[in-house]
Design a binder for this molecule. Structure first.
Ligand code: LLP
Length: 404
C-alpha cells in the first residue's frame, strides 16, 4: 500500500500551523518515482519532474535527492532548479510561445531545450547552427487528456509545431544546420488510456527518419492519478511494457537506438499533497446544506476551473453520520469545491482535508480578495517541516509603489 498521512498527524499539523495549509508527504513522492523506475527497468528512460506542478524549492531539492531530473516551463523555473542544485544536463526546458531572448537565456545556462515554433527554431538555427542540440515540440494532432482545458496535442491546440509543418522544420534544419536531438510531444494531462501514448509513439516513429541526428523521443507527462475513490490511474506497468516493446521493435527494424524521456508532474506529487481547511460556517439554505471553509478558489482552483473532483474528508469527525453538503469557499465568487457530497456530519470548526492537492494546488493559488496564500508543510521521516510561511500583509503590499 502506498504511504498516506493519517488523520491524527493531519489534525496535529492543522493545530500547529493553522489553516488553510498545504501538506506534502516526501516519502510518497519517492514511492511514486520508484514505481516509475521499477516499471521501466530495462528501458533506456529518463524522467524529468514537471516542476510546474509544485515548485517549492524544498520539493525541488527533494526531487533532486531521489535522483530524478527536472522539466521547467519558464526561465524562472530553470533558475529555481539550478538554485535547488540541479546541474544543467539534468534540466529540461519545455515552454510554449516564449520570446527568443528567453530561449537564448536557457541556452546560456546550458540546459536541454524543447522549442515549440518554427519561428524560434529558425532564430535558434541562425544564431547557433549545429553547435547546440535542441528538441522540437511536435503537435501530433491527438485528442487526449481529462478535458479540453488540459488537452494540448489536438488539431486546434496552440502547443508545438503542427505535424503537418514537419517539412518546414526540415527546411529550417537544412538552411541553418540546426542539430535536432529530440522530438517532443505532450498531449495532455490525466491521460488514462495507454493507447494515447502508443499513438504518440506511432506518430513520431513516422517522422524520425527525417532527423538523422535524433537521439531522444520525449513523450511528455500526463500520467493520470486517481482522483475519485474508485477511479484508476494510468496503468504504468502496461505503459512501460508498450514503450519497451515499441522501442525494441524500432531498434531492431531500423538499427537505431532512441532514448525515451518523460515529464511527469501530477504522477509524482499529486497524491502526496493534502490541503487542510477549517469550516467557518454551516448554513442551511432550502434543501442545501453549505459548509463554508476558510479558503476558496484563491487556494485550490481546480474544482472551479476544470470541474475537477477532489476527495474531501472530515478529519475532525470521521465517524459522524453522513449528510449531503455543498462545500464552498469564502471568496466573492461562486467557489464550489463539491456539490451534494456525502460527508460525515460537519460542524463549525471541523477540519476538512482535500486529497490529491500536491499538483497544481498551491502552484495555481493567488491572492484574490486580498487573502493570504497558505503555508506549505513538508512531512519527511515523520516530521512536519514548514517550507513556506503564510503570507502577511506586507506580502500583499510588496511591489506596490506610491504612484500618486
Ligand atoms: N510536460 C509539459 C510540456 C506540460 O505542459 C505538462 C503539464 C507536463 C509535462 C506535466 O503534466 P502532468 O504529468 O502534470 O499531467 N493545471 C492542470 C494541469 C495542466 C498541465 C500543464 N502542463 C491541472 O491542474 O489539472
Amino acid at each position: 500500500m502506498p504511504s498516506t498521512l493519517q488523520y491524527e498527524q493531519l489534525n496535529e499539523i492543522a493545530n500547529q500551523f493553522k489553516t488553510p495549509v498545504y501538506v506534502y508527504h516526501a516519502e510518497r513522492i519517492r514511492e511514486q518515482y520508484e514505481k516509475l523506475l521499477t516499471a521501466f527497468q530495462g528501458a533506456d528512460t529518463r524522467f524529468f519532474y514537471a516542476a510546474k506542478a509544485l515548485t517549492n524549492i524544498n520539493i525541488l531539492k527533494y526531487i533532486l535527492s531521489i535522483g530524478c531530473n527536472v522539466d521547467c516551463s519558464s526561465i524562472n523555473e530553470v533558475i529555481l532548479a539550478i538554485q535547488a542544485g540541479f546541474v544543467p544536463k539534468n534540466i529540461l526546458y519545455t515552454s510554449n510561445n516564449i520570446s527568443f531572448e528567453e530561449i537564448e537565456e536557457a541556452k546560456n545556462l546550458g540546459v536541454h531545450i524543447n522549442i515549440d515554433s518554427i519561428s524560434n527554431l529558425r532564430k535558434f538555427g541562425k544564431s547557433f547552427s549545429h553547435s547546440y542540440p535542441v528538441g522540437v515540440r511536435i503537435r501530433p494532432n491527438i485528442m487526449a487528456g481529462g478535458n479540453l482545458k488540459i488537452s494540448t496535442g489536438h488539431v486546434d491546440s496552440k502547443f508545438g509545431v503542427p505535424l503537418e509543418e514537419i517539412e518546414e522544420v526540415m527546411r529550417v534544419v537544412k538552411e541553418t544546420g540546426l542539430f535536432i536531438r529530440t522530438l517532443h510531444i505532450h498531449t495532455g494531462s490525466e491521460i488514462k488510456d495507454v493507447e494515447v501514448f502508443a499513438k504518440g509513439i506511432e506518430v513520431l516513429f513516422d517522422v524520425v527518419q527525417y532527423f538523422p541526428e535524433l537521439e531522444v523521443i520525449d513523450l511528455g507527462g500526463g500520467f493520470k492519478v486517481p482522483y475519485m475513490p474508485d477511479e484508476k490511474g494510468t496503468d504504468i506497468e502496461l505503459l512501460a511494457k508498450k514503450v519497451k516493446n515499441e522501442f525494441d521493435w524500432y531498434e531492431k527494424k531500423f538499427n537505431r537506438h532512441l532514448q525515451v524521456w518523460f515529464e511527469p508532474g501530477k504522477f509524482l506529487v499529486s497524491e502526496a499533497g493534502y490541503f487542510i481547511t477549517r469550516v467557518n460556517v454551516i448554513k442551511k439554505a432550502g434543501n442545501i446544506l453549505f459548509a463554508g471553509v476558510d479558503s476558496g478558489l484563491n487556494h485550490l482552483i481546480r474544482p472551479m476551473f476544470y470541474g475537477a473532483y477532489h476527495e474531501i474528508e472530515n478529519i475532525s469527525n470521521p465517524a459522524g453520520e453522513k449528510k449531503s453538503y455543498n462545500v464552498v469557499g469564502n471568496i466573492c465568487e461562486t467557489d464550489t469545491f463539491a456539490e451534494n457530497r456525502l460527508l460525515p456530519e460537519i460542524r463549525e470548526g471541523d477540519y476538512l482535508v482535500f486529497r490529491n492537492a500536491g499538483a497544481y494546488g498551491f502552484e495555481m493559488a493567488s491572492n484574490y480578495n486580498s487573502r493570504f496564500k497558505p503555508p506549505e508543510v513538508l512531512v519527511k521521516e515523520g516530521r512536519a517541516n514548514l517550507i513556506r510561511k503564510r503570507d502577511e500583509l506586507d506580502d500583499l503590499l510588496r511591489n506596490q509603489m506610491e504612484g500618486i
